[in-house]
Structure formats: C-alpha cells, structure tokens
Design a binder for this molecule. Structure first.
Ligand code: HEM
Length: 162
C-alpha cells in the first residue's frame, strides 16, 4: 500500500468504500420521488489526488443507474477542495468548496455536457458530504435546471464497507 500524500490528510476520513445503509431518496419538482442504493469508492495512488467512483442502483431491481467518477484535489495549505467529475448522463463538472471539520460544501463552478444530452439541462449543482458523529457518511445533492431553481434532488447515507 502507498502512503497517503500529506496534502490529502484532511480528507483521509473519506477513503475506502461506502454502501448506502438504507435507500437513498430522490426527488425534484418535475419527477416522481424514487429510492436508490449507491456504492462510493475513494482511493489514492500516492498522488495528491483522490480517485472516486459513485455507482447508483435501482432500490428494488438493483439495475445500474446513475454513475459518476473523477478526482478530488485540495489546494495545499488551505481548506479549499475541488471535485473534477464526469457523469454517465453526459455531464461533466467542476465543483469547488470548503472543508470544515468533516463536512464538505461544494458548488459547481463549471458544467458542460454532450451535444445530445437529455433535457432539461442541469445549470448548477451543490452538494454536501458529511461524516456524522455515528460514523455514517451523508450526501445531499441539489440542482438547478433550465426549468427549476436550485432544489434538492438526492439525499442518502452510507455505512463504511471497507
Ligand atoms: C432525474 C440530474 C444523480 C436518479 C434527473 C433529471 C436531472 C438529473 C436533470 C431530470 C429532471 C427533470 O426532468 O426535470 C442529476 C444530477 C445528478 C443526478 C446532476 C448528480 C449530481 C442521480 C442519482 C440517481 C438519479 C445518483 C440515482 C439513481 C434520477 C431519476 C430521475 C432523475 C430516477 C427521474 C427519472 C429520469 O428522468 O430518469 N436527474 N441526477 N439521479 N434522476 Fe438524477
């Protein structure tokens, strides 16, 4: 095993694999509320970069659904964090924000998509990751689209799997 790059020490609590412990909740004003499960993996290879994969599944059928992967960087000597991410829907984004204790508050700085992405197009994303005192990880995602102001889309909690 490679030693964690010291730049990433403030994020060491994220590393490993996380599995949703109860179904995540999806909502948005324009869709039917839904449930899902999700596995997160955060790893590193000694670089000052965390590699991540988020794989979501249908709560009942277990069919693969939304997937995201990318990289996390920290500006050395600060609490500034950047996520560089790609989604299977054809969306790519940069999210930046701050680490406060074991809470990450991120806002999209750039959003782009493939020319034939489904509508409505996402205009803005904000998300919060938080390690709770009970050891569970929580993720909340809000988004704005062409037709809707910033509103919650996802809420889910995870238990450490490894
Ligand atoms: C719908 C974006 C993550 C499941 C949507 C819509 C958008 C969107 C733009 C259409 C909303 C509308 O019609 O007004 C995103 C973004 C995500 C994300 C930006 C991540 C940052 C997820 C995840 C799941 C999921 C993790 C888990 C399975 C769904 C479902 C719908 C939906 C089931 C409604 C049916 C459909 O349009 O396919 N999402 N989504 N999404 N999303 Fe997400």
């Amino acid at each position: 095993t490679v030693e964690l790059n010291p730049v990433l020490l403030p994020l060491d609590w994220l590393l490993g694999t996380w599995e949703s412990d109860e179904p995540g909740e999806g909502c948005f004003p324009t869709i039917k509320p839904f449930h899902y499960s999700e596995t997160l993996n955060f790893s590193h290879v000694g670089q000052p970069v965390i590699n991540f994969m988020f794989n979501a599944f249908h709560a009942e059928s277990k069919k693969p659904m939304h997937r995201e992967c990318g990289f996390i960087r920290m500006q050395p000597g600060t609490n500034r964090v950047a996520f560089i991410m790609a989604q299977n829907s054809g969306l790519v984004e940069i999210e930046e924000g701050e680490l406060t204790g074991q809470q990450l508050n991120l806002q999209s700085q750039a959003v782009a998509r493939i020319s034939f992405a489904r509508e409505p197009h996402v205009q803005q994303i904000s998300r919060v990751f938080q390690l709770r005192p009970d050891g569970r990880l929580e993720q909340t995602v809000s988004m704005a689209t062409d037709s809707q102001a910033l509103m919650q889309h996802l809420h889910i909690t995870y238990r450490r799997a490894s």
